[in-house]
Design a binder for this molecule. Structure first.
Ligand SMILES: O=C(O)CCC(=O)C(=O)O
Ligand SMILES: [Fe+2]
Length: 290
């Protein structure tokens, strides 16, 4: 596989993981998103899909657990979309390989160079499986989780970004993520994204779209009648902002102890800088015996 940057017909660029963090990050900064080819090996991809299959089989599509009461949230979730989280517990391959991949962490530290003392959160790890007939998701910026930062527009510090892995091949027909390249640099974030300006992040299973929380994007329409588009979203957010997934309440401490310290911190099992997320005014990791 060559290491050259390729301009695809869509305007999104693709780099092989062997191109390295510097080259990948340069495109991320310029375009707001970049496809990293082969971020997951074929072997790990197959193992992860097998580990997650039973959970997806049992999961009904559409928002649930009370969340369906909010129409806007339910539309965002997707009526024919299955989502599952708690992947640290549910997939050993995700936990040990994908979440611990040194290249991923090199990129995390490039986005958050000054955050070593207060490491970022894993915002969530989530399977997003878009089913046949699911409408396109509205274009949005993930920074919308933290509206104050969205209001600040392009000059806001980067507080959130995402690795969205293709666990099946992504084609436009089955709902490849739509992206508006360059929309992280727009002067006015109140201008709604026009789907006509978006491009489909077509990629092979095992590749991932690495994109800024400031770039407009959304799940694509699945216009097939019988095929599912499976993604794994792995977003990270700055330490001082609450993550989507309440990891410390959902995970077994003994399992988390098997992970490296920076991953334990991302899951909320270590303190987040001076005095934040602490126990008795002391580092949480001491209290937990890590
Ligand atoms: O499923 C996708 O392609 C994107 C989903 C997304 O952007 C989201 O749920 O925030
Ligand atoms: Fe999103």
């Amino acid at each position: 596989m060559s290491e050259t940057v390729m301009d695809t017909a869509t305007g999104l660029r693709t780099l092989h993981r062997s191109a390295g963090a510097d080259a990948i990050f340069a495109v991320y900064e310029e375009d707001g998103g970049v496809i990293i080819e082969d971020l997951v090996s074929a072997e790990d991809l197959a193992a992860m899909n097998a580990e997650l299959e039973p959970y997806l089989k049992d999961r009904a599509p559409g928002a649930q657990g009370g969340a369906e009461a909010n129409e806007e949230f339910a539309a965002f979730y997707g009526a024919q979309t299955k989502r599952i989280t708690q992947l640290v517990t549910r997939s050993a391959t995700f936990r040990e390989k994908v979440l611990c991949d040194p290249l991923t962490w090199e990129l995390v530290w490039k986005v958050f160079p000054d955050h070593a003392e207060a490491p970022p959160w894993m915002c969530t790890a989530q399977i997003i499986e878009i089913g046949p007939g699911n409408a396109a998701q509205m274009l949005h910026r993930d920074t919308g989780n933290y509206p104050d930062y969205l209001t600040m527009g392009k000059s806001a510090p980067e507080v959130m970004f995402n690795f969205l892995f293709a666990l099946t091949d992504f084609t436009e027909e089955i709902g490849a993520t739509r992206v508006v390249p360059g929309s992280h640099t727009w002067d006015d974030y109140s201008v709604p994204g026009d789907p006509a300006d978006s491009v489909g992040a077509e990629m092979k299973a095992g590749s991932a779209l690495f994109f800024s929380g400031k770039v407009l994007h959304g799940g694509g329409q699945n216009s097939s009648t019988d095929r599912w588009r499976r993604a794994l979203a792995l977003p990270f957010n700055a330490a001082h902002l609450v993550p989507e997934e309440a990891a410390p309440f959902l995970m077994d401490l003994e399992l988390v102890k098997t992970l490296p310290p920076h991953v334990q911190a991302a899951l909320g099992f270590r303190s987040k800088g001076r005095g934040l997320w602490s126990a008795d005014w002391s580092p949480l990791e001491g209290y937990l015996g890590l």
